[in-house]
Design a protein around this ligand. Structure first.
Ligand code: PEP
Ligand code: MG
Length: 755
């Protein structure tokens, strides 16, 4: 076996000195490859950089013909270098020219060299380039040398990411890392946003790559690992974590990795090779990432996320870095990019600067998507692997309507979107022109359009859309942005303000629907296996009557003698509704006794969103003043598919026969009891789905403010009765092989509806 001169530590020290010297980029690279060749006792050392056009350009060489630098290129997958780049794996050969992938480039004079060792230069698991050493003699490079080359490649990756190679690379090209990228995800909200990336969970930037003192670095690593283990144990013991069902499992996985000897051993080995503790974490995580990214198994990809989180945690401990960017200080036109986040986390940001959100996960009816909609943000979910490809400060465009994200857009894409924004401004103006027209179909059916809202700040939009009122005010959103539980006077003020802005337009205040993914950070809750079906909403309200009473009291006092509508969420059995009504009545009596004004008319409604209630409508409806269907939860529970998990929820069309039949059951029962019924789930805001609802006799639709214009335009152009007959027949007799969606699409085409 060949040993290197002085080993990798000496090499890293030399590299550090070279980086600090005042050299031009090319000179520096030339010196670096010479140092590597000398240290590895290699006849050749070459460094290739991956360009944005997919070519690997020879950037520097010691040993190959100098004229080939910046001239020789290989495509990804072509030749040994292209193979290493494509597979992100090292390759060691003692007879390179006989390898089937060997591609001979005569200008390099490469055919004389038999021994070959190439390693990928990786960052966040993505290939940025390839580093190669070669020898004339046939010999096998050992594992230690591969390890040393990988360590050196960590430094080169950093150099590629931070150096300016503009004057070296082929004119008109850029390095692959900064290539424009497009992601196709799922639309959470309509609209277009152009702005700047802000990583919700910023990567820790490692600046100190090379160890001064290896033993010292090992001690730092050991103490950071210990700190991290203790904090994970503490989180597990105290349970003061987000009560999501997966959270505990994730922490358990962290704990497993944090104690994994293989992982710790690889970290220590990287330090032995001369890296600082933080660079060792980055180096090991890079290799793991590269391997795991090439796996399609969703389970392994999930574990990759866990490992990423853990590595980031460890880096934070090592570098003493909190969040690099304070949550509150955002640039103008900020666009948050995250793997996933809860609605409360989104609400923490400064809403005046935020334009959009891009998530790698999430579903369109997840609460974070709902909150994004209610904040008027443009949002796209399921943009796979975007987090590792962007940096805070990158330019980004979200096309919410198409569910597409452009990262670092080219100037022509940007121009196209600037034009699109102008067109959509014209569309908005077009919708605004409809706002005073009565919302009646061509054949005379009146459709009441209402807002879903949750923040007082959204309410002035009523004037812009011309909606008749607020069909669902999610009161919990205000609780989620507060730093502590809002007290009676604060709540009262808030509801009074909402009513004042709405004026004569009714507002349906829904009682607190916390629990599930709607977490109040200041309200401690026990860990639950299944929070969406757990201790939440009115269940919690009735169990902690103080909270419920305070909210009802605040609403009654805010109404100050005016009419008031209150909606009870998550009613599972009629008695829960009746108990809530008793609390309301007691509060009214109390006001009366105190000589304070009581609402001139009080209406108490029930949400129909738990399937069991479908079979108790004859008990519930005579007691209720109105009902509102929450399709988000109803469909989630009917199909037993988590609304926030697209892997399952996307498989079940909410307007397929069984679901639409269930919704129709409620509509018809409400007609029999002559009480108003509204749809306030996300279905109401999507044109085709809204058409399905109108087709089964629903005439009150509550939706995000941005949907009012498009839905109203459809209503104004609609001949509803024939569609009602056709859908009615399909629901009773089956849709003849076609889906309800296809049937409606035919009607949309036939009536040329603007959908
Ligand atoms: C629903 O479940 O459809 C609903 C409107 O309530 P939320 O989305 O707040 O659960
Ligand atoms: Mg609900």
């Amino acid at each position: 076996m060949v040993t290197s001169i002085g080993g990798p530590r000496v090499l890293l020290r030399q590299l550090r000195e070279t980086m600090a010297e005042p050299l031009a980029s090319q000179e520096r690279l030339d010196k670096i490859v010479s140092l590597i060749a000398e240290n590895m006792r290699a006849d050749v050392c070459s460094f290739y950089v991956l360009r944005d056009d997919g070519a690997l350009e020879l950037f520097a060489t010691k040993g190959l013909a100098k004229e080939s630098v910046h001239m020789t290129t290989l495509r990804l997958g072509e030749g040994l270098v292209g193979l290493i780049a494509a597979e992100a794996e090292p390759l060691s050969l003692d007879d390179a020219p006989s390898h089937p992938a060997f591609a001979y480039r005569p200008e390099t004079g490469e055919d004389r060299y038999f021994a070959f060792l190439g390693v990928p230069v990786l960052r966040a698991g993505q290939t940025l380039g390839v580093l190669v050493v070669q020898n004339v003699e046939r010999r096998k490079y050992g594992e230690d040398e591969t390890e040393a080359m990988l360590t050196t490649a960590t430094i080169l990756a950093e150099m590629i990411a931070t150096s300016d190679f503009d004057n070296l690379i082929k004119p008109g090209s850029d390095i692959d890392l900064r290539r424009p990228r497009m992601y196709t995800g799922v639309s959470f909200t309509d609209g277009i946003a152009l702005g700047t990336v802000v990583l919700h969970d910023p990567r820790v930037v490692v600046t100190n790559f090379i160890a001064e003192d290896t033993e010292q670095e090992k001690l730092r690593l050991e103490s950071a690992l210990e700190k991290m283990r203790v904090s994970i144990d503490a989180m597990l013991d105290h349970g003061d974590m987000q009560p999501s069902s997966d959270h505990r499992e994730i922490l358990e996985t962290y704990r497993m990795f944090a104690n994994d000897r293989g992982w710790v051993h690889r970290l220590t080995e990287a330090i032995d090779n001369g890296l600082s503790a933080e660079a060792a974490v980055e180096r090991v995580q890079n290799d793991t990432r590269a391997r795991m990214l090439r796996q399609t198994d969703p389970y392994i990809r999930d574990r990759l996320h866990d490992l990423d989180d853990l590595a980031n945690r460890l880096l934070r401990v090592l570098t003493g870095d909190g969040h690099a960017l304070g949550r509150k200080e955002l640039p103008e036109n900020a666009i948050l990019v995250a793997r996933n986040m809860g609605p409360a986390e989104l609400l923490e940001y400064d809403r005046t600067k935020l334009r959009g959100v891009v998530l790698e996960e999430g579903g369109a009816t997840a609460h974070v998507a709902i909150v994004a909609r209610s904040l008027g943000l443009v949002a796209v979910g399921q943009a796979q692997s975007i987090v590792s490809m962007c940096e805070t400060g990158d330019e980004i465009i979200i096309d919410g309507t198409a569910g597409i994200v452009h990262l670092r857009p080219t100037p022509d894409i940007e121009q196209a979107y600037v034009d699109k924004v102008r067109v959509s401004a014209r569309r908005r103006a077009h919708y605004a022109a409809l706002k005073d027209k009565p919302s009646i179909t061509k054949d005379g059916v009146e459709i009441t359009l209402l807002h879903n809202s949750g923040l007082v700040a959204d309410l002035p939009m009523l004037d812009d859309t011309g909606a008749s009122g607020v069909g669902l005010f999610r009161t919990e959103l205000q609780f989620m942005i507060a730093s502590r539980l809002p007290r009676l006077p604060e709540q009262m003020e808030l509801y009074a303000e909402a009513m004042a802005i709405a004026g004569d337009r009714p507002v349906v205040f829904r009682l607190l629907d916390i629990g599930g993914d709607k977490v109040l950070p200041y309200l401690r809750s026990a860990q639950e296996e299944n929070p969406a079906m757990g201790y939440r909403s009115i269940r919690l309200g009735l169990d902690r009557p103080g909270l419920l009473r305070t909210q009802i009291r605040a609403l009654l006092m805010a109404a100050n003698g005016r009419p008031l509508k209150i909606l009870v969420p998550m009613v599972t059995e009629t008695f829960e509704f009746l108990q809530t009504r008793m609390v309301v009545q007691k509060e009214i009596e109390r006001l009366r006794r105190a000589g304070k004004p009581t609402p001139s008319r009080l209406e108490l409604g029930a949400m129909v969103e738990v399937p069991s209630l479908l079979f108790e409508l004859d008990q519930l409806l005579p007691e209720a003043d109105f009902v509102s269907i929450g399709s988000n939860d109803l469909v989630q529970f009917l199909t037993a598919s988590d609304r926030a998990n697209p892997r399952v929820s996307k498989n079940y069309d909410p307007i397929a026969l069984p679901r639409l039949r269930a919704i129709r059951m409620v509509v018809e029962a409400a007609k029999r009891y002559n009480i108003p019924i509204t749809m306030c789930g996300e279905l109401a805001g999507k044109p085709l789905e809204a058409l399905a609802l109108m087709a089964i006799g629903m005439t009150r639709l509550s939706m995000g403010p941005a949907s009012i214009g498009p839905i109203k335009e459809m209503v104004l152009n609609l001949d509803l009765k024939p569609i009602q007959q056709s859908v009615g027949a399909a629901l009773s007799e089956g849709a003849d092989g076609a889906t309800i969606r296809q049937l409606l699409q035919e009607w949309i085409d036939k009536q040329n509806l603007p959908v």
